[in-house]
Design a binder for this molecule. Structure first.
Ligand SMILES: Cc1cc2nc3c(=O)[nH]c(=O)nc-3n(C[C@H](O)[C@H](O)[C@H](O)COP(=O)(O)OP(=O)(O)OC[C@H]3O[C@@H](n4cnc5c(N)ncnc54)[C@H](O)[C@@H]3O)c2cc1C
Length: 477
């Protein structure tokens, strides 16, 4: 089918103004939060499931690949669309369709912004627990595709623990429902398979999520440490006391500097690292565990332990944590964030490796991360206009991925594999494991028309030159 015929038929489905195909207009759709870039042939903005289904059927018939796009905050290149592919985005499907206070569920469209859902249901005394640091911008559709995590996922689990079911359009336009309509479902957990499938199984058009009651009591601690080693020891000590905090985040000295450049979060400028710890539960329970948290922090060398006195102070501490990545702009114009996981007990070892790699490559690396989960986010700060610096950052990242795998960890805590980390999959999976995963994908998308070229190693990227694949290839040679 000629491109012009394809576009005409798309316009007939969604309306003229909801098909974007001018080069200038497509510029904002050629990237996400990662380093890859590719301009799709067109972007379509459907208004409902029926339109999504007809768009998918049309693309399927025309042999055109389709990539879903939420808010484009993904950090692994998931929404990057091949040049001949069609991007389907959801700014028009952004309604909270229903909130059921009795059963504590909400039915939402995929374009709903994570924080908008949480703010809305708080009016009913409930909350949506998964809270990615990008929650002001990222969408529920993107969250389920990446199985997003967040600071409060330490106690409550990642997105998959909060999704009950969803309506999905398959690659040929068929509409199916995965999971339950109530809080429990029987049979194969196809819902669980879909969450985290990075847009390769289908396009979610509505999502039924689980809500939690807002806790009776919340207490937020700032543990201030002279160095990162003692802060790492404190992380293990807190968990060692048998405490599962709602959140346990680490912010290193460089990140503190960046945050304090843009907002006064109350982090001391001379700290080597701070831990942001939150307890939630019944008043008595929180009161009792408070003593254990304080002991764990003092015993491991805290220079000071502060407790937020009111909601405003608590909010300030969290704003600092959640704006850290943006604040890195005050230190360098570009950043590249590595998402790796190690067992909590290996945090000290891993952060020493980060510091060694930083020195050897001459790249500044800041660390702000979900310490309780052992989920690191070494963030390389650089100026991409400097020749060779991007290649060095990629090579340094590859070393960090290798170290995570060697320490018994894995490649991603929450950002997904996408384009960014697919060549590292052999570090943690045998060929047979990956073949088995691809057979599962074939059950959902036999023609592999949805988000192809992601997750599994195939050597392809959409990276502005210089192409870093040479580093990756060298690592596996
Ligand atoms: C500053 C910053 C902080 C971040 N912090 C966190 C964090 O704490 N935790 C975390 O987990 N992530 C974090 N992220 C990463 C990112 O925000 C998450 O991966 C988020 O889930 C992506 O949502 P999105 O709407 O932007 O999706 P996009 O980037 O648009 O897309 C992500 C993937 O979802 C697929 N997709 C989108 N919509 C649909 C749909 N309806 N159906 C099927 N597939 C779909 C896309 O094809 C793509 O593969 C952060 C990112 C930034 C920039």
């Amino acid at each position: 089918m000629a491109n012009s015929d394809f576009l005409d038929q798309l316009r007939a489905i969604v309306g003229d103004e909801y098909v974007i195909d001018h080069r200038e207009d497509l510029l904002v759709y050629e990237y996400d939060g990662s380093v890859d870039r590719s301009m799709p042939r067109a972007v379509v903005l459907p208004a409902n499931t029926d339109e999504v289904s007809r768009v998918m059927a049309l693309a399927y018939e025309a042999g055109i690949t389709v990539v879903g796009r939420g808010s484009g905050t993904g950090l692994s290149g998931g929404a990057i669309t091949p040049p001949d592919g069609l991007q389907v985005a959801f700014p028009r499907m952004n309604q909270i369709l229903e909130v059921d206070s009795v059963n504590r569920t909400a039915l939402v469209e995929p374009g709903v912004i994570n924080l908008d859902l949480d703010n809305y249901v708080r009016k009913f005394g409930m909350r949506y627990a998964p809270d990615p640091s990008s929650q002001r911008a990222c969408s529920l559709g993107g969250n389920i595709a990446e199985n997003a995590g967040g600071p409060h996922c330490l106690a409550y689990g990642a997105t998959t623990n909060h999704v009950i079911g969803m309506e999905v359009v398959l690659e040929d336009g068929e509409v199916v429902y995965l999971g339950g309509q109530a809080r429990e479902a029987t049979g194969y957990d196809l819902r669980g398979a879909f969450v985290g499938s990075e847009g390769t199984f289908g396009i979610a058009t509505s999502i039924l999520v689980r809500l939690l009651p807002t806790p009776e009591s919340v207490r937020t601690f700032l543990g201030i440490f002279p160095d990162i080693d003692s802060a790492c020891t404190a992380v293990s000590a807190v968990i060692g006391y048998g405490i599962v905090p709602a959140a346990l985040e680490m912010i290193d000295a460089l990140s503190i500097k960046a945050v304090q450049n843009v907002t006064d979060a109350g982090y001391p400028n001379d700290a080597g690292a701070v831990l942001l710890i939150e307890l939630e539960g019944l008043h008595e329970e929180v009161e009792e565990v408070t003593r254990d948290v304080e002991s764990a922090l003092w015993d491991t060398g805290a220079a000071d332990v502060r407790i937020a006195e009111d909601d405003a102070e608590r909010e300030r501490l969290w704003v600092g944590r959640k704006t850290a990545f943006g604040a890195f702009g005050t230190i360098a114009p570009n950043y590249y964030l590595v998402d790796g996981v190690v067992p909590r007990t290996q945090l000290t070892q891993m952060l020493r490796k980060v510091s060694e790699v930083s020195e050897r490559y001459g790249i500044t690396i800041a660390n702000v991360f979900h310490a309780g989960d052992g989920n690191l986010h070494p963030c390389m700060l650089f100026d991409a206009r400097e020749p060779g610096v991007m290649e060095s950052a990629m090579a340094a990242a590859a070393e960090l991925m290798q170290e995570c795998a060697a320490l018994g960890g894995t490649l991603s805590g929450e950002h997904g594999i996408g384009l960014e980390k697919k060549e590292f999959m052999p570090l943690v999976y045998e060929d047979e494991d990956m073949a088995a995963m691809q057979r599962v994908r074939e059950a959902f998308a036999p023609q592999n028309r949805l988000n192809p070229g992601k997750i599994f190693p195939d050597g392809s990227y959409y990276r502005p030159s210089p192409h870093p694949a040479s580093h990756t290839a060298a690592l596996y040679a």
